[in-house]
Design a protein around this ligand. Structure first.
Ligand code: NDP
Length: 337
């Protein structure tokens, strides 16, 4: 049983010393337990927070513990009612080949789900995040302009596509021309601006001639700087993530613009609201699942996944995710030897 353990807390970007690969015996399920074999491991930006001991909404991983993560697994042996060998499950098994579970927090996906790994993306946590953050906090109205960065990732791509279904103008922001072309040509965004471009802020302003009514905040940093002056009166800002800052070791150099920002919020009557998906909106999950399945079945929402083979490659793939190397939802196909 290969396991990635947290070896040390990263300072800045995680590196090859952050996690350590270890071997353990495959555990035997006891009374009221089942043995799960991990098929897919989800890689998500929040994992950077779990590596750190800074204050957060969830506990950090302890040094020497298995790195946490959402997984799609198959039941190998089961002493639990409701779970048969061969069932696919959505679990939180972490970065390892096998795990024991007592069934708590585990969803049975059945013996032959169409796309098992989608439970980690469009039909799971990131898709739900996009839907709930946009509809519950963003409250977009037909004809308004929505702006979202990390536009080809599982959250951003879904925000933009839902925005189009609701009749909005959607302006994406992504890293590089290939991602931007995908957002416009395949996902149906009205425009997508490359944040690496030297004149990024000007391009964003030109792509938003009527200003921005909903800014779905995924990244922070210089993207946020470029968006703030474009916000309309009464704009809504669901604060979902700040991925450009997750490896930061200190606040950016001055000048201190906190009071300028508060003035902007006041004058423009902005609503900015943070949320932690299951904590904030957990009770809406069934509504999301029903709606999203319908949209996917009708071909109204597209989903791009990037599968990387081999649990051994998970740390490098995770480091790359925070740099924007991923193109679509990044998952590891674990592939036990
Ligand atoms: P993605 O798969 O989109 O991966 C992160 C992306 O962020 C990268 O691919 C990159 O895309 C972009 N990025 C990284 N650094 C920068 C930077 N300096 N400036 C601009 N963009 C950058 O991630 P997800 O879709 O899974 O998550 C998106 C956001 O949603 C994250 O902030 C995440 O933490 C947050 N989240 C929050 C939840 C909540 O409950 N609040 C739940 C789930 C996710 P590109 O190359 O296009 O710039």
């Amino acid at each position: 049983n290969r396991q990635w353990l947290l070896a040390e807390r990263p300072k800045g970007e995680p590196n090859q010393d952050t996690l350590r690969l270890s071997e353990a015996d495959i555990p035997e399920p006891g009374e009221g337990q089942m043995l799960l074999r991990t098929e897919y491991l989800s890689l998500d930006p929040y994992m950077r927070g779990r590596m750190s001991d800074a204050e957060s909404y969830a506990a950090s991983v302890e040094i020497g513990d298995v790195m946490v993560g959402g997984t799609v697994a198959q039941v190998v042996r089961s002493n639990l009612q409701g779970f048969q060998p061969g069932d696919y499950v959505l679990s939180f098994s972490g970065w390892q080949d096998y795990a024991l579970s007592d069934g708590a927090g585990v969803t049975n996906l059945g013996q032959s789900p169409d796309h098992p790994s989608w439970a980690l993306g469009i039909l799971g946590m990131p898709g739900f995040t996009a839907w709930a953050g946009l509809t519950q906090i963003g409250e977009p109205k037909s004809g308004e302009t929505i702006c979202v960065a990390a536009a080809t990732g599982p959250v951003g791509a879904t925000v933009g596509q839902i925005g189009k279904l609701l009749g909005c103008r959607v302006v994406g922001i992504a890293g590089g021309p290939e991602k931007c072309a995908h957002a416009v040509d395949d996902l149906g965004f009205d425009a997508c601006i490359d944040h690496h471009a030297a004149d990024f802020a000007d391009q964003l302003a030109k792509a938003s001639p009527d200003g921005i009514d909903v800014y779905f905040e995924n990244v922070g940093g210089k993207v946020l700087d470029a968006v703030l002056p474009l916000l309309n009166d009464h704009a809504r800002v669901p604060v979902c993530g700040l991925v450009s800052q997750y490896n930061a070791t200190k606040l950016p150099d001055g000048p201190d613009r906190l009071n300028w920002l508060m003035g902007l919020i006041l004058r423009k009557k902005l609503k900015m609201q943070g949320f932690i998906i299951f904590d904030s909106f957990g009770s809406l999950y069934p509504e999301f699942a029903r709606q999203m399945s319908e949209w996917i079945e009708a071909g109204k929402i597209k989903y791009r996944e990037e599968v990387i083979d081999g649990l051994e490659n998970a740390p490098e793939a995770f480091i790359g995710l925070l740099r924007g190397d991923n193109f679509g939802k990044r998952v590891i196909r674990v592939g036990q030897k």
